[in-house]
Design a protein. Structure first.
Length: 245
């Protein structure tokens, strides 16, 4: 299996690190000297150099992808082209690309994380990735995943940072605050996957205790967090409505 990753920026490099564990990768970036040396990875500066690949992953910025779409369609020659570019619709891609698909993930894919795909059959062309897949039946749902999978780790990282700063304020060492923050978010994921919110609160809160005090303070933060995710989703919709080729 030979995979082209066109646009070896932050997300592209993360995909390359994952894909190169099982496949040969051609990494395409205009300044190919910025692509670090990796096993099973060859660097290229021109899209044409990826012509012999079996599948094409697009991690270009949306406007750049639109500029390069015709060229990508010509060199892909009917082979799968899977776009990770936010907001670029299937309808646009079909003008120049015979076998288009869409996907969304985030830089944690360098290890392992979720990949959202549309249509669901796109996952058949991504078997070389060490990943879990969620299947979007509609393109609208995939667009929303730009926020809820693609961008959300940056926002959640701010919450982790706030946790650490709060612990430092209360006299906890940075090392212990950092470990406690990661553990707390991991524990929350574990509990939320197995119990309802009410059950979690029941397990942890005691009348007049510390948990109740925190739950009363977090209400506004919950609203702000939800609004941040919604605003990111709206931005993705704006990207998809821009002028197309």
């Amino acid at each position: 299996m030979k995979v082209a990753v066109i646009g070896a920026g932050n997300l592209g490099l993360s995909l390359i690190r994952n894909a190169s564990r099982k496949a040969e990768v051609v990494a395409v970036r205009r300044r190919k000297e910025l692509i670090p040396e990796m096993r099973n990875v060859s660097a290229a500066s021109e899209i044409e150099e990826a012509r012999n690949c079996d599948v094409f992953l697009i991690t270009l910025k949306p406007d750049v992808f639109r500029e390069k779409m015709r060229e990508i369609g010509e060199i892909s020659e009917g082979k799968p082209v899977i776009s990770f570019a936010a907001g670029v619709k299937m309808e646009e891609m079909r003008k120049f690309i015979e076998s288009p698909f869409r996907a969304m993930t985030n830089p944690a894919i360098e290890s392992r994380t979720l990949v959202a795909v549309h249509p669901p059959s796109a996952s058949e062309h991504l078997k070389f990735l060490d990943a879990d897949f969620i299947f979007c039946e509609t393109e609208k749902e995939l667009d929303a995943m730009t926020s809820f999978i693609g961008s959300s780790p940056a926002v959640i990282s701010r919450l982790i940072h706030a946790f650490i700063v709060s612990a430092l304020h209360e006299g906890v060492s940075y090392r212990n605050a950092f470990k406690a923050a990661l553990s707390a978010f991991e524990a929350s994921s574990y509990l939320f996957s197995r119990y309802s919110l009410n059950e979690i609160v029941e397990k942890m809160a005691t009348p007049g205790g510390t948990t109740v005090e925190g739950l009363l303070e977090i209400i506004e933060a919950e609203r702000s967090f939800a609004e941040a995710l919604i605003q990111m989703s709206r931005k993705a919709k704006m990207l998809s409505s821009r002028e197309r080729p």
